[in-house]
Design a protein around this ligand. Structure first.
Ligand code: 5GP
Ligand code: ZN
Length: 138
């Protein structure tokens, strides 16, 4: 998906309405229109990148600074028991909007969100093989 047909780029360009939380030259934060908890907020770079690893580190750093500020504000305002910061990359990972974004999702004890976490154990030797494979790609 290019910036031209991207719904988040249209928000940045003020072509569609959005409930803004924070805006500067680089970052926009707004309330998710389909929240999974009250105060569910999205934080994006104004520039269009699809996935985390496609984003220049310096820009990601600037986004991270805002993410801290906005997470603090969401936590202070909504007073949840906790919150998740989530970044889906690719359709298989649940990314529906192809413009890099971070969810801040307020959480409360027993809310049942993300209750399934299908952890398993590696077979003998596999953890080392996988670590080697990833390190070779750094
Ligand atoms: P993803 O699944 O790509 O990580 O999350 C995309 C998020 O964008 C969803 O939580 C969805 O509710 C939100 N979203 C999609 N379209 C709009 C919109 O037009 N306005 C707002 N505020 N949020 C949107
Ligand atoms: Zn975009």
């Amino acid at each position: 998906m290019s910036g031209d047909d991207c719904i988040f780029c249209k928000m940045v360009a003020d072509q569609i309405p959005v409930t803004k939380i924070y805006e500067d030259e680089i970052v926009l934060a707004f309330l998710d229109i389909g929240p999974i908890s009250d105060g569910h907020t999205l934080v994006i770079l104004k520039q269009h990148f699809e996935k985390l690893h496609e984003c220049p580190p310096q820009l990601l750093g600037q986004l991270a600074s805002c993410l801290i500020k906005i997470a603090r504000a969401v936590a202070s305002a909504m007073k949840p028991d906790g919150y998740n910061v989530l970044c889906n990359n690719g359709r298989a990972a649940g990314q529906l909007v192809g413009h890099l974004h971070f969810h801040i999702i307020p959480r409360n004890s027993g809310d049942g969100l993300f209750s399934r976490w299908p952890a398993y154990k590696y077979e003998e030797g596999k953890i080392g093989e996988i670590a080697t494979r990833i390190r070779k790609n750094l």
